[in-house]
Design a protein around this ligand. Structure first.
Ligand code: FAD
Length: 213
């Protein structure tokens, strides 16, 4: 008799979500992890000031929160004590000279912050956010959905009709281009350069960011 219906190697968020969803369907799942703690790139640790615990890698859980998986298992997680900590000042960046820059949920404040770093970057940032806002329904449906599905094929076909094939190809091309070149100040480039203009993070752009640090 099999002890488990599924064995998952690694305990990152994808494995844990898959295990939870299978478990919810009644399957017996074993998750194997080689590290001392589970969670993969989701880790909260006390690595700086004693008593101050913070996320050392992934921090922004918006894709998980808006995903179909969260709709399915979110309530179960919350019943077990899981809570997302929202913040008005969710992110910041350290600069080579030791100073830091804080970014907010308030767009006007961020525009002013970028402008203070390099005149004109605020306007560029605002324009990029407008483009992102217009693309959001398509972008987040792609990021949150099952890529190899009829639903995604229909979505892409619809956007192909709307934008034209060349327009759609250009959109995907820009999605894989690092956003670093859109701003002048080194800080803004370091902040936005990890991900593509449409929010897709690629191994290549991550590697470039590491090289720059
Ligand atoms: C610095 C950084 C910041 C990030 N920030 C964000 C963010 O803010 N928001 C966001 O949405 N995403 C972010 N990401 C991306 C996100 O962390 C990953 O997409 C996500 O963690 C991938 O999850 P995963 O389950 O696929 O794998 P991982 O999180 O990589 O976990 C894989 C796990 O498998 C284990 N494992 C591997 N091989 C074996 C083996 N042979 N046997 C046993 N165990 C094994 C590993 O030890 C690890 O625990 C960030 C990533 C990094 C590196």
């Amino acid at each position: 008799m099999n002890l488990y219906d599924y064995v998952i190697v690694g305990s990152g968020i994808n494995a844990l979500v898959a295990a939870a969803m299978l478990g919810k369907k009644g399957a017996k799942v074993l998750v194997l992890e080689r590290n001392a703690s589970v969670g993969g790139c989701l880790r909260t640790e006390e690595i700086t000031v004693p008593g101050f615990r913070h996320d050392v890698m992934a921090t922004t859980m918006v894709l998980f929160r808006t995903s179909p998986a969260y709709a399915l298992i979110g309530r179960d997680l919350e019943d077990r004590g899981f809570a997302l900590a929202d913040s008005a000042l969710p992110t910041g960046v350290l600069r080579p000279d030791g100073s830091s820059v804080i970014f907010a949920m308030d767009r006007r404040r961020n525009v002013a912050t970028f402008d203070a770093l390099a005149a004109g970057d605020g306007k560029t940032f605002a324009r990029e956010m407008d483009v992102l806002g217009r693309d959001a329904p398509f972008l987040f449906a792609l990021l949150g959905g099952d890529l190899w599905s009829l639903k995604s094929a229909r979505l892409i076909a619809y956007e192909g009709l709307r934008r034209g094939l060349r327009g759609l190809a250009a959109w995907f091309g820009e999605a894989l281009t690092t956003a670093r070149g859109y701003s002048r100040s080194p800080t803004a480039r370091r902040t936005s350069g990890r991900c593509g203009r449409r929010g897709f993070c690629t191994a290549a752009s991550d590697q470039k960011a590491r090289t720059l640090r």
